[in-house]
Design a protein around this ligand. Structure first.
Ligand SMILES: [Zn+2]
Length: 568
């Protein structure tokens, strides 16, 4: 192709930029993957959306507030992994495709017959509902559009939906919208808050060294501005923003945030792909302290030291601004959704040294934990060991020992790696020790079981959440009651056998059900405290059936429930 001589430099530059953008998008297959549902895609969650300690790794596709919608193979391939968990993705299927990508389908209600049969055999062999299987290429081949499951709400799901993922050859989740799946979206992102952060030691914003929430002023052209910010020194900004697509009011994640200073781009973050190894570093993107206190996630438009996240574009000075006295600046934030709808915030900055600064409250304690070396602390009965690499930044921790309770700061500082809390339990009898566990106390004082390792007179727990920890005794066995039958009943017409199980303190650890001494598979759904057996498993063949359900809590209290039922 001839390049026209009259083409202006600017035009060719634009062409180049357009071409390279199109090329990077087009290098991904655009019509290989189909919508796995028969209903149009309406999202309850976007890729990269900010969640608790992680970025959302897929699309949450709405299923019309119900379960049981047909889930179909997005493309041909074979079932390469079946993962059945109480929590997490619940019942999940993975399909390996010949082009190297993997698709993932989570929170399923039940699986299609041939996959269910394959799974059922293994669950009965292992005598466990929870199981992870890696079928071989020849075991469970699927065609594009083949029914593989029905949508559900299993695992850590807050309502019926399908969690759908596309992963690359290294099992990195990618934004499925980049593969041409159509999600209609004509709505602009919403800006919920904009913040300014003084970062340098002498830096200040609006006469303060503390984070400043800026007052958003909507303009007629649909953009926002704020009152002129007076600042000096090294500062940065943050934004709280969400996006909505057509057909739903869910507050989902945005696709891209860019910032420029006087017209030059200085920051970009985008949600095209990430790796699971980096996902917890989300806590370095957001203002963690603001999040724990206000339940709103502010994305920081600057990169803190040691932040390995791969979701940033090119950054100038890590996105930080060096504001000089007597100079004016224009800082502009642009938030974009996947369809290119955008929202802009313009922030005028006036460089001005202030002599009436509200100083940052600096609390120095005797417990300085460094990012590199961590910290060890010891009370009379309790010790704490925070290894190096647990914290992202050095911090003075508020630690206090009070008998058998320890306060390890507040959940305002993110912790990356487990730290250990050890308790001396020499004063307890062997019997008491059995029923004792380490709990994290909620803000309201409610004890939550923290996995407790017991070795002689020393109990330890590993945790990644700061807060109050104490010893709690649980002497009450779990509760087990029939769900859809009563003892001695004829239930020939029932399709399922349901039992309700719960535990008041340490929580359910294990359950096992037998009929006439033979293992029966029961599916545990923690959200409604129910164990369900499907008679279609065809393992209950007698008329008179003696059911036995043994449920154990996390400290070993056991309840053995027995009942009789009849079927013909
Ligand atoms: Zn999801």
């Amino acid at each position: 192709m001839n390049t026209p001589r009259f083409m202006k430099r600017a035009t060719s530059l634009l062409f180049l930029i357009l071409f390279s953008t199109l090329q990077s998008q087009n290098s991904l297959p655009q019509d290989y993957f189909n919508n796995p549902l028969d209903v149009p895609i309406v999202l309850a969650g976007t890729f990269g959306e900010l969640r608790s300690n992680h970025f959302h790794s897929g699309l949450d596709i709405k299923t019309q507030q119900r379960e049981g919608l047909a889930v179909k193979a997005s493309a041909a391939g074979y079932i390469s992994r079946i993962n059945i968990q109480h929590y997490g993705y619940g019942k999940a299927l993975y399909i390996q495709h010949p082009n190297g990508y993997t698709t993932v389908y989570g929170h399923l209600q039940k699986l299609a017959p041939k996959i269910k049969e394959y799974l059922r055999k293994q669950q009965y062999a292992k005598e466990s509902y929870e199981i992870e299987l890696f079928p071989e290429a020849g075991d469970l081949a699927v065609e594009q559009g083949e029914l593989i499951a029905y949508s559900g709400n299993t695992g850590g799901s807050g309502g019926p939906h399908l969690h759908f993922e596309i992963r690359d050859g290294s099992q990195r989740p990618m934004n499925a919208q980049m593969f041409g799946l159509d999600v209609p979206d004509s709505k602009k992102p919403m800006i919920q808050g904009v913040f300014a952060y003084p970062l340098g030691d002498d830096a200040h914003v609006n006469n303060s060294q503390e984070r400043q929430k800026l007052n958003l002023i909507p303009l007629n052209d649909g953009t926002y501005t704020v009152n002129q910010v007076e600042a000096c020194g090294e500062i940065g900004f943050g934004i709280s923003t969400v996006d909505q697509q057509d057909g739903a009011y869910n507050h989902n994640g945005v696709f891209k945030i860019e910032a420029n200073l006087n017209g030059d781009q200085v920051f970009e973050v985008n949600f095209e792909k990430f790796s699971f190894a980096e996902t917890r570093h989300l806590n370095q993107l957001i203002d963690y302290e603001y999040y724990t206190n206000n339940k709103s996630r502010v994305q920081r438009l600057f990169k803190t030291a040691g932040n390995p996240l791969s979701i940033y574009g090119e950054l100038i000075s890590e996105g930080k601004l060096n504001v000089k006295d007597s100079l004016d600046y224009q800082y502009t934030i642009k938030v974009t959704d996947f369809k290119g709808n955008e929202k802009v915030v313009r922030i005028p900055i006036k460089g001005q040294i202030s002599d009436r600064i509200q100083k940052k409250e600096k609390v120095e304690t005797e417990y300085l934990a460094t990012a590199q070396n961590g910290l060890s602390a010891k009370g009379e009965k309790i010790d704490i060991y925070i290894p190096g690499g647990s914290l992202y930044e050095d911090a003075y921790l508020d630690i206090s020992f009070n008998g058998e309770t320890v306060k390890v700061h507040k959940d305002e500082i993110p912790v990356h790696k487990n730290f250990t809390i050890g308790f001396d339990v020499i004063n307890y009898s062997e019997e008491e020790k059995e029923r004792l566990f380490i709990a994290r106390l909620s803000d309201y004082g409610r004890p939550n079981y923290s996995t407790t390792y017991k070795k002689g007179n020393r109990f330890t727990t590993g945790t990644r959440t700061f807060g109050k920890y104490t010893l709690v005794k649980d002497t009450t066995a779990p509760r087990v009651v029939p769900g859809n039958f009563y003892d001695g009943q004829w239930i020939s017409n029932n399709e399922t056998l349901k039992v309700k199980i719960s535990d008041d303190l340490s929580g359910i650890d294990a359950y096992r059900a037998t009929v006439n001494g033979k293992f029966i598979l029961m599916e545990y759904e923690y959200k409604n405290n129910t164990l369900t057996h499907y008679f279609s498993d065809d393992v209950i063949t007698e008329t008179e059936n003696n059911l036995k359900v043994i449920v154990t809590d996390n400290v070993g209290n056991t309840n053995t429930y027995t009942a009789k039922f009849f079927r013909k």
